[in-house]
Write a protein that binds this ligand. Structure first.
Ligand code: UPG
Length: 467
């Protein structure tokens, strides 16, 4: 039985539009899918949320359970992951390894998708699964939209990557994304510059190429911050054959995200605190953690610091004192507050005491910062983060000291440098005005009649006709 037949009728609005969401591993990929699920539900789209199980981190499993408790109308389905024959591939990165597990288990999808009722109008798949899932959904006649969880600028690189490689899979010297300014080599994720193959390279190569065959590409961004890039993508300047790139962001935080009380923060003056966090999957070396702590203390500014020295939270039971040491922990308490557990970052960023954010520039962190009008001190660590940090500077959301390099062991950034940059960002009054404006524009994009709202409505209309 075909998944859908195009049927235009007067009763089309009365039919249930049913869409499946298939995220990938890690909070950076899961969070925007959770927010999208809540948004679609609010627009009367029936959502089936497919969870690759088990998840890598506790943060993922907890967030999923909050979603399903808050929205009982969302259907949960599990994609039970099969173990790999060669677990040694695990050593590269537990999250990339999980992408691979999902990929290898995807043959289980067709029967899962065909069993759903009412029949699906579309599936929305994470960008890391495009090359595996598109052939399967094509054979089912099911429209497949790819959700790109980073910036539109990063998308230009992702879809062009396969055109940049030489015969030995090495990136050519004069790479350029067509129709846009050159992306400096120093901003390209280092594993992609290595000769030979690795998991990240394979993902970029295969998925970036296959996305051209999807029904559309959703991006958690909006017109006023990435206008030129979105235009280049949609006018065929980046790749001649690319489906519509649909900016639906910034996806607003949702009520299901767990709330926490932090008495220390409540006691701080308005706009006085720097929030310091490097996302859900960046582990900093002990030496860099000590320099960072020292720098924050020396800056004399108030700060709230989420300390993280393990990529994955499962089994990470080290105490804060073991990571910072007694001496640094005592000094931190003079003008700051450090934790080693998961905080609800979106909630922290919306707190009136927060005035700045020292961030690795994961795309979700940036969308949450601009949503709340919080200025950024950028310290990209890996992946898309330098390309995102450049955008931070361009749109006036914050500053980026390029001499700090990549976080992943490239260099040790010294406490004195950190202290200086922190003082600068916290004292920058111009940025404060700019971020207020950015916040307004972000909210307008997803408000009534906003550019992202219009695009989402248009998409839902298309799905309504595919039943
Ligand atoms: N978060 C918390 N509390 C914490 C730590 C993180 O709520 O203590 C949340 C944060 O609010 C955000 C998400 O977790 O919503 C983290 O996402 P992001 O800021 O994008 O960072 P990563 O976890 O590092 O995300 C990965 C990549 C990043 C990429 C992103 C989206 O590392 O570079 O932009 O995925 O593709």
């Amino acid at each position: 039985k075909p998944f859908f037949s195009i049927k235009m009728s007067d009763s089309v609005d009365l039919q249930v539009t049913h869409v499946a969401l298939l995220p990938s591993a890690g909070m950076g990929h899961l969070t925007p899918f959770l927010r999208l699920a809540a948004l679609l539900t609010a627009h009367n789209v029936h959502v089936t949320f497919i969870t690759p199980s088990p998840t890598v981190s506790l943060a993922e499993s907890q967030s999923l359970s909050h979603l399903f408790t808050t929205f009982p109308q969302i259907t949960q389905k599990h994609l039970h992951l099969l173990p790999l024959d060669q677990p040694s591939a695990n050593s590269e990165d537990p999250f990339y390894y999980h992408f691979e597990l999902i990929r290898r288990s995807s043959h289980l999808l067709p029967s899962l998708l065909s069993s759903l009722c009412p029949p699906l109008s579309a599936i929305i798949t994470d960008m890391s699964l495009a090359s595996t899932v598109i052939p399967l959904t094509d054979s089912l006649g099911l429209p497949n939209y790819i959700f790109f969880t980073s910036s539109a600028k990063m998308l230009t690189f992702y879809v062009s990557f396969h055109t940049m490689l030489g015969p030995n899979h090495e990136i050519e010297d004069h790479t350029k994304v067509s129709g846009l300014e050159q992306i400096p080599k120093a901003w390209i994720p280092p594993p992609l510059l290595q000769g030979g193959n690795n998991l990240l390279k394979t993902f970029f190569l295969e998925n970036g190429k296959k996305m051209t065959e999807s029904s559309g590409i959703l991006v958690n961004t909006y017109e006023s911050i990435e206008r030129e890039t979105l235009a280049a993508l949609n006018e065929g300047k980046v790749l001649r054959k690319l489906p519509s790139v649909i900016a639906i962001g910034p996806l607003a935080p949702c009520i299901f995200e767990e709330s926490q009380q932090l008495a220390w923060l409540d006691d701080q003056p308005t706009g006085s605190v720097l929030y310091v966090s490097f996302g859900s999957r960046t582990a900093m070396s002990r030496d860099q953690i000590r320099e960072l702590g020292d720098g924050l203390v020396r800056s004399g500014c108030r700060f709230l610091w989420v300390v993280k020295d393990k990529k994955v939270d499962v089994g990470d039971d080290k105490k804060l004192i073991e990571v910072l040491g007694q001496g640094l922990l005592e000094r931190v308490k003079k003008n700051g507050f450090a934790v080693k557990n998961w905080l609800n970052q979106q909630e922290i960023l919306s707190h009136p005491a927060i005035g700045g954010f020292l961030s690795h520039c994961g795309w979700n962190s940036l969308t949450e910062a601009l949503w709340n009008g919080v200025r950024i001190l950028a310290w990209p660590q890996h992946g898309d983060q330098k390309i995102n940090a450049d955008l931070v500077e361009r749109i006036g959301l914050g500053t980026w000291d390029k001499s700090w390099g990549w976080g992943e062991g490239e260099m040790l950034v010294k406490a004195q440098d950190i202290a200086e940059r922190v003082r600068e960002i916290m004292g920058n009054k111009l940025l404060r005005l700019q971020t207020d404006h950015i916040r307004e524009e972000a909210r307008m994009a997803v408000g009534d009649g906003g550019s992202s709202t219009k695009r989402l409505y248009a998409l839902i209309e298309i799905w309504k006709r595919v039943q």
